[in-house]
Write a protein that binds this ligand. Structure first.
Ligand code: 2YG
Length: 273
């Protein structure tokens, strides 16, 4: 997935209500509600304040993204978790988080962004979290996807996970990628690989756009619902007018799903005991 930049996430720490308001209108759920459904937590609400989530800035890979760890911390705090951004980076940050008794450690180099549950020694990764979060958004916005046609644009890590998830839910999934072999690799799972992305977009009204592809409004079908994790994110006026809903945020849905799913390892274990 395309790397985030500081300006894409500058508003995240202060965005207290806006995404919840937009999501509620489109899906009937808040970020927390989407994340709880994604994590398979079936209760109406949950007090996550028992979990301490540490966000560690990581310098390896392509380095620090200004505001990234702060944004991640704001997201877990909005879910009701306690937490901090560690003063130290990398291994120093990890030891600091451990000394603070962190239950969940959020950290990302470039290949991986994970939420690590320290007690259960299990992690949730952002590709799955993003795919699951945006699939849950689409499902709620569409009033279910079982038996319906869904087009997944982009067969990278997020698109591949979204394809698997939607197939599991009984959707008829078509998948397209600029590199056709990536879409083709999902055929054995039950997806239909499509070569012509523009026609496929015009023929469908339920879409996941998991590609760094800016869809021209003139090819979008009237009344479409596009759950759109891909960055850069942009829809022109024609596209915005034709769509019933366009669901997007730069970081929060995927990171919230990761954090809640990580907490859910502990919660579900306690419920089984
Ligand atoms: O700690 C830091 O500041 C950096 N090491 C963070 C690097 C994050 C790199 N990853 C990305 O930009 C995205 N692909 C993350 C995806 C989040 C939204 N789904």
């Amino acid at each position: 997935m395309t790397r985030l930049t500081e300006d894409m996430i500058w508003g995240v720490p202060d965005d207290k209500m806006d995404l919840d308001t937009r999501l509620m209108k489109m899906t009937g759920k808040t970020v927390k509600g989407i994340a709880m459904e994604a994590a398979g937590l079936e209760m109406d609400d949950y007090d996550f304040s028992r979990f301490f989530a540490a966000a560690i800035p990581i310098t390896s890979g392509l380095g620090i993204i200004g505001g990234f760890a702060k944004s991640v911390n704001a997201i877990t705090t909005r879910l009701g978790m306690r937490g901090c951004v560690t003063q130290g980076t990398d291994v120093a940050g990890f030891s600091e988080a451990t000394n603070l008794g962190a239950d969940i450690i959020m950290m990302s180099d470039d290949p991986m962004f994970i939420a690590y549950n320290t007690a259960e020694r299990k992690y949730t990764d952002n590709s799955w979290g993003t795919a699951m979060g945006y699939s849950v958004c689409l499902k709620n916005a569409a009033g279910g996807v079982e038996g319906k046609d869904v087009l997944v644009v982009g067969a990278g890590r997020v698109g591949s996970w979204a394809t698997r998830i939607l197939l599991d839910w009984g959707a008829n999934v078509q998948v397209t990628d600029i590199d056709y072999s990536k879409a083709e690799a999902l055929i054995p799972l039950g997806a239909k690989a499509i070569r012509g992305v523009e026609n496929a977009i015009s023929d469908n009204t339920l879409l996941i756009n998991a590609a760094p592809y800016i869809i021209p409004g003139e090819i979008i079908a009237q009344g479409s619902i596009i759950s759109s994790p891909g960055v850069p994110h942009y829809y022109d006026l024609e596209g915005r007018t034709r769509c019933k809903a366009i669901i997007h945020d730069p970081l929060e849905i995927g990171a919230a799903v990761m954090a809640v799913n990580s907490a859910a390892y502990t919660i579900k274990k306690e419920m089984r005991a």
